[in-house]
Ligand binder design. Structure first.
Ligand code: ZN
Length: 280
């Protein structure tokens, strides 16, 4: 599943190349998770603004001169779902059977390839208007938002009684802690993934937030993890998983103490941790 670092790497790789491009045409393949919400031809002529990201959603602003036909300012909210990837190419290529959305522009063809079709491309008049606002409403803080202080993080953890790993995965306190990053951040912070969220002390919450930021920064630097189908818009593979300390390493020696790394299941997902280095 594409995680936040992959989505951010994708954003960075398409933002500048698409800036100020004009939409020439839209091709829809099989239905995605939600319908587009506007007539595809209504997007023709719109100018693409700076691509932004909120959680794992990308926002492609579509700007119009007031004299143009078609819908007024708005944008496309895109999600890669379970198996989606975006590519940008300068040459037209025939659509394959898993290519379900093409945005042809004056600066290249942006294509969503999504075999499982849990991804989505949805028109919205603004990020803070329906339907985008509703889709983004439940998201926790952005991990690198300076407004997310360690005190605010601790306060939010204090209100939840589920195991900390489950709270991180849920994304309602902070977004971006997908399974691999949650496991690695908890290892880095020395916190047992089974520890109940509200029992985490303020200093440990501060360590966890710092660990999550370090983990995500490392993943961004590597270009995202190589799990599943992820390829960024230029086809670059990430290497994060190869450098993971505990994720996917059940039975291997812990890099901290050499005890075997354990695997348990929490929230239907595998958790990898060191029962010696990570304390309750
Ligand atoms: Zn250990």
């Amino acid at each position: 599943m594409p995680e936040l670092p992959e989505v951010e790497v994708t954003r960075r790789s398409i933002d500048e190349p698409l800036r100020d491009a004009r939409v020439l045409g839209v091709r829809l393949g099989k239905p995605l998770r939600w319908p587009l919400g506007c007539a595809p031809e209504a997007l023709v002529g719109a100018r693409i603004g700076p691509v932004s990201r909120r959680g794992k959603y990308l926002w492609l602003p579509m700007l119009r001169a007031t004299s143009d036909a078609g819908p007024p300012h708005g944008g496309l909210l895109m999600h890669l779902g379970m198996s989606g990837s975006l590519s940008l190419s300068l040459q037209a290529r025939p659509a394959g059977k898993h290519d379900h959305f093409d945005l042809d522009t004056t600066q290249g063809l942006l294509r969503l390839t999504d075999p499982r079709r849990f991804g989505a491309v949805v028109w919205s008049p603004a990020l803070d208007a329906a339907p985008a606002a509703g889709l983004l409403a439940a998201l926790g803080a952005e991990p690198f938002d300076p407004a997310l202080t360690s005190a605010a993080f601790h306060q939010a953890l204090h209100l939840r009684r589920a195991p900390i790993k489950a709270v991180l995965l849920a994304g309602s306190v902070v977004v971006g802690a997908g399974n691999i990053y949650a496991c690695e951040a908890l290892f880095r912070a020395g916190i047992d993934p089974r520890l109940r969220s509200h029992l985490i002390s303020r200093p440990r919450a501060a360590r966890l937030l710092a660990a999550l930021r370090e983990t995500l920064a490392q993943a961004l630097a590597l270009g995202g993890s190589t799990l599943r189908d992820f390829r960024d818009a230029h086809g670059m593979d990430g290497q994060f998983q190869a450098s993971a300390s505990v994720y996917g390493r059940a039975g291997e020696p812990c890099p901290g103490c050499a005890a075997p790394i354990r695997r348990i299941v929490q929230s239907q997902r595998s958790t990898f941790f060191c029962a010696h280095c990570q304390r309750r």
